[in-house]
Design a protein around this ligand. Sequence first.
Ligand code: C2E
Ligand code: CA
Ligand code: CA
Length: 589
Amino acid sequence: MPRAAELFMQEYSRGLAALVGLVCGLLLAARRFGRHRGRRPADEARRLRTLVDTTFDGLIFERDGRIAEVNQAMCRLAGSAGPTLVGLRLVDLIPGLVLPARIQDQPTEHAVVLQDGQTHPVEVLWRAEPDGNGHVIAVRDISRQRAAESKLERLVRFDPLTGLANREQFLQQLQKTLAVCERGGGTVALLVVDLDRFGALHETHGPAVAEQILLQTARRLTGTIRASDTVARLERDTFAIMQVGTAQASDTATLADRILTEMSLPFLVDEHPVTLTASIGIALYPSDATKAPDLLRHASRALRQAKQDGRARWRLFELRMDLQTRRKRSLESDLHAALNAGQFSLNYQPFISICSGDITGYEALLRWDHPQRGRIPPSDFIPLAEECGLIVPIGIWVLETACAEAASWDEPAIISVNLSPAQFIHPGIVDTVAEVLRQTGLPPWRLELEITESTLMDDTRNALRVLTALKALGVRIAMDDFGTGYSSLSYLRKFPFDKIKIDRSFLSDVENDTEAEIIVHAIIAMSRSLRLDVTAEGVETQPQLDMLQAHGCTFAQGYLLGRPCPADQLEQRTSAISRAAERHVARAT
Ligand code: C2E
Ligand code: CA
Ligand code: CA
């Protein structure tokens, strides 16, 4: 019972005890006063009767195991008139009520048998009458309280929107089922079902529609399972199914397929069809885990995999997923120490002007040399640093180091620095850039910041404000990885870019895929019309460079022209790169 209810019950019992105490006291007083002051017993009886009838709780006067008297509240409670009750055996009205000689100090729970045979929950407390003949019994109706308790219990255990079991209840049930299986054998499959892009649906259609979708999802899921299986709503748009006694994993696969099919059917909300999909993660008892929380964790991990693999599908948990998660967590904890331990360094990769073959600038690329694991690629640790917020201090370090390095060069080459979305939306970004420029003395026009489209998508208005402020400092802005995201022309028009960088995936396809060449051509033409520079990334072969030059691309970057290298190798590399670049460009013209 919740603590508040417990306290309430204590108060409540005290009230009942006070009532029997009062009645006994009154009986005693009535007799004494009657004796001393010569009052007539009839008067006393009338007074006592009035008092007894005005109490809310039922009162029974018992003699020799039978009901000698009841008050009106007791009649109401028992649904019978007084004369019907008087003379009845007490145990016929309240079965199991035995009145022992000793004083009862805590109320006990019983049921009053109504005339129609139904029962009514009550609480009972009694005292022996002062003259030792019989008992006074106070009876309190607790049906409302029981109803409130069961309502409270429902609230604690069940999701109020869908009526399905909630997370706590489901985990308890799962644990119980697993315990039964442990003793008697058997298998359990846990499926975690999550709606895809529910946040976007909520934003587009509003909370009322989202609620309808959740309700209908609950109905559909309940409709797909057998009576022995259980559905629960774990959180917002995440549901779980416990499938008991699956003979084989293929049973679960069949259920998962059925759910995906069900969920892909349009939802009708206010007669409008809304389509969505769901993803499912599955973990099996006993092969994947034997404890309920572990099974849920594994199913959730499999769900994440399903989402990563493109959503609208199911994935079975595999041990490798758990290993990946553990590796990620341990990498994350190492990442916290890496900055102070000086494990980061920068590599610089040149980009050249296609028409002159000159090195125009360098892109700073972060490297992490882990003391045990060796060099970890940025694609592994940058997303992790973004997730845990470390990208902000790491990004400041990159900016300071790259700008200080560039400021020391004789040639006024451009230095390009990548900015993650998390860095970009960090409130201090403009001040940080201004401060780094001031400290390093690098002229602002030599700094180029590379951002991706995803940076602009979440909060366009803020992005425009930050970009405008950065531009006002005099730095250049490049759109990185163009062609991989939404590649929206409107972004190029709306935001003050200086350059776009064509993603290297187009270059790798260009030799075998005419469509890729058409896209590259279109991007170059579009950039020219918007007066933007274009860098093609990932140039690895001469034919790629030839093609870029033929289409009028301004800059090129890639292994053909120079691999990323540390700052101390830049000087000797630069001359070699320049010679190579000149040769390649000469060939291209
Ligand atoms: P990105 O900004 O697209 O960087 C270019 C990536 O392409 C670099 O990989 C580079 O080494 C690689 N690359 C250059 N030329 C070629 C080529 O000819 N062929 C191929 N196959 N690859 C080439 P890297 O250094 O592994 O960086 C990967 C990504 O990590 C970067 O992609 C960028 O998104 C991120 N990153 C790197 N450094 C930083 C940083 O300091 N801050 C942030 N926020 N992100 C960074
Ligand atoms: Ca980049
Ligand atoms: Ca890029």
